[in-house]
Design a protein around this ligand. Structure first.
Ligand SMILES: Cc1ncc(COP(=O)(O)O)c(C=O)c1O
Length: 374
């Protein structure tokens, strides 16, 4: 991964690892005696899987989920502690040997994956796996008829050592949605049929649907990284990322001055503009054009005009010129304006703001527990 230099990168991305561990502990407390895994796929939602998983492992997390074999191998290499690494997308054809060699736990999603994995293990050396059952999302996992057909044989398979049976909720962020309880009931029935194997249904939002959704372990991702699992209610999680954009230029402009591509913003009054070195190539989404905002010197400054590939423009007329000057930073994400606020302005979800965060930023990982509260 290219990491921007401290002295010249267009943005500084600070990641609060102690906050991620605090978020994990908070969720773990919510679900005890069930246990809490951590989802670190997509490079821990863009924040750096090696650093995030190392911090979580030191904090007590033992079970991690990634999406792909490559992500799992990178994690295995980065962390020497004996962690369980489960791979949500399961083994691609001809990858079973690599899974077995590195002690990875595939999540088996369809009869083909199950067959391949069953052939790779033996009675003497059964191989670990989790089974994914589809309880209503129609995305991954055995369908109900497939499960009915295969369940008895799978339970008794001597070639597979079952580490879990999982399913995923489609509407956990809408507590009143009837699909939540339908999925829970289907999952409970399938799980009972499958035997005494650790079961997991809930991710971030599902944790807050109530105890009956916790089963044996939960699999949060987004909430660890500060995304609000309770849509429309106060966020119980700590904000984890802070993003500061470097001011490249300041200019005084007259009323009537058009700003940026398409001249889509025209200054109504004279003012002062700051051009920062962050654009949509850095994950500062183009859909934030005319809508995003930043903070500098305690002042909220509106972003004006369209976001371009490497640059964005803020109206800093209200900021002391000694504060808003080249080389200083405008805060784009932080405690006042978090990933969910940026997501709302950019017509997307916090997950996308995080996973889009660019590779050109200078990244700073903070390990020390901060004074900020949940
Ligand atoms: C199967 C599965 N489990 C857990 C998660 C984590 O979800 P969240 O980030 O909402 O906690 C995901 C995320 O997409 C997933 O696909």
């Amino acid at each position: 991964m290219a990491i921007g230099r401290a002295d010249s990168a267009g943005g500084v991305l600070e990641i609060d690892l102690a906050g991620i561990v605090a978020n994990w502990r908070y969720l773990a407390q919510q679900v005890a005696p069930a246990t809490c895994a951590a989802v670190v796929k997509a490079d821990a939602y863009g924040l750096g899987a090696a650093a995030v998983a190392a911090a979580l492992a030191a904090g007590g997390c033992r079970r991690f989920f990634v999406a792909t074999l490559d992500e799992a191998l990178a994690l295995r290499t980065a962390i020497t502690a004996p962690l369980e690494i489960a791979v949500l997308n399961g083994p691609a054809p001809r990858s079973t040997a690599e899974f077995a060699e590195h002690g990875l736990v595939p999540v088996l999603n369809d009869p083909g994956q199950i067959e391949d994995w069953g052939r790779a293990g033996t009675r003497q050396t059964p191989l670990p796996a989790m089974l994914h059952v589809d309880t209503g999302m129609a995305r991954l996992g055995l369908t109900l008829p497939e499960f009915e057909r295969l369940a008895d044989g799978l339970r008794c398979s001597s070639a597979i050592c079952w580490h879990g049976v999982i399913s995923h909720l489609a509407c956990a962020d809408e507590p009143a949605h009837p699909l939540n309880s339908q999925q829970r009931l289907r999952f409970a029935t399938m799980r009972d049929r499958f035997g005494d194997i650790p079961a997991s249904l809930a991710a971030s939002s599902g944790i807050f649907l109530g105890r009956e959704f916790h089963f044996d372990f939960v699999r949060p991702g987004a909430a660890l990284y500060g995304v609000n699992p309770l849509v429309g209610a106060p966020n119980p999680m700590r904000q984890i990322v802070r993003l500061d954009a470097r001011i490249l230029q300041i200019r005084e402009v007259d009323a009537g001055q058009p700003v940026g591509y398409g001249a889509s913003h025209v200054m109504a009054t004279p003012g002062r503009l700051a051009t920062v070195a962050v654009g949509y190539a850095d994950g500062w989404l183009r859909s934030l054009s005319h809508r995003g905002s930043g903070r500098i010197g305690g002042v909220r400054v509106p972003m004006i005009g369209r976001v371009s590939m490497d640059l964005a423009v803020f109206d800093v007329t209200a900021v002391d010129p000694l504060v808003a000057r080249p080389g200083r930073f405008i805060e784009l994400l932080g405690q006042d304006y978090g990933v969910d606020a940026a997501a709302a302005d950019g017509h997307t979800i916090g997950y996308e703001i995080l996973t889009a965060l660019g590779r050109r930023y200078h990244r700073v990982y903070r390990y020390v527990a901060s004074a900020s509260t949940q």
